[in-house]
Design a protein. Structure first.
Length: 262
């Protein structure tokens, strides 16, 4: 699959294909923890994300499938391929699955993009990404069943949330590259109900998501996990401030929102 994590599309024993990121992926071990926790929190906020699961990959499959390997570079020189590790890995169910009646794409012409059935969810995703300090661009895939007129968006690829390796440094990222999806924004109401839900989310809910991360996905570093949850609690009240900074940035991503303090 595309991307620096070098994920693989695997057919799992529940009959569905999953995009699987391995523990020894091309980026960092905590990519898996980030994917898992972000998906759980977005699901709680009722933002459209694929079903995620823990995918157990046995050593026998690794040995029988040489393609399951990670390629790394050192100083621009490609190193020998490294077999994927056996064990528990992160899986995101592929949009549409194996059904021939479902079309799934990662790019739409602007006319179709602005006609996506759940276009308003991009505002919720932006509020979420600013909260969790997503250091990557917002990624989405689009799917529709045969005969449907409009596509629906699903949000994917959360490996760089929480500052990547759990260092919250705000940069101007975490937004969908095609800012036309934000033309609908006319004020704070455009970010509801997600913004209020983020501001009011309980520590117990955040911990509920964090506590389900397999411990091997963050080296069983409980102190780091506790700090992650603490940072998320603190950032709840800063989301509006961070959105305002994006609103006032070059390019004016919200052309239909008249400036105000908030």
């Amino acid at each position: 699959m595309f991307g620096g994590a070098q994920s693989f599309l695997l057919l799992c024993d529940d009959g569905y294909p999953y995009v699987v990121k391995f523990q020894n992926n091309g980026q960092h071990l905590r990519v898996l923890a980030n994917e898992w926790m972000a998906a759980k929190l977005m699901k709680h906020l009722q933002l459209p994300v694929p079903l995620c699961d823990i995918v157990q990959v046995d050593q026998s499959l690794i040995e029988a499938t040489p393609e399951l390997s990670i390629v790394r570079c050192d100083g621009g020189i490609e190193l020998p391929a490294e077999p994927c590790l056996a064990g528990k890995h992160f899986g995101s169910r592929c949009a549409g699955g194996l059904l021939p009646s479902v079309t799934a794409v990662d790019y739409l012409p602007q006319e179709d993009l602005l006609n996506v059935a759940n276009l308003t969810a991009f505002c919720g995703a932006l509020a979420f990404d600013k909260w969790v300090c997503n250091r990557d661009s917002r990624q989405a895939v689009f799917h529709k069943k045969y005969g449907a007129v409009k596509y629906k968006a699903q949000f994917i690829d959360h490996g760089h949330c929480f500052g990547g390796i759990w260092g919250f440094i705000d940069i101007r990222s975490g937004t969908y590259p095609r800012h036309c999806v934000y033309r609908q924004v006319r004020g704070w109401a455009s970010f509801e109900p997600w913004l209020t839900q983020i501001e009011e989310i309980s520590a117990d809910t955040i911990w509920g998501s964090a506590s389900t991360i397999p411990t091997e996905w963050y080296d069983d570093d409980r102190i780091a996990l506790e700090e992650l949850v603490t940072q998320l609690e603190r950032r709840r009240s800063r989301v509006r401030e961070i959105i305002v900074a994006f609103r006032n940035s070059d390019g004016k991503p919200f052309p239909n929102w008249l400036p105000s303090k908030y």
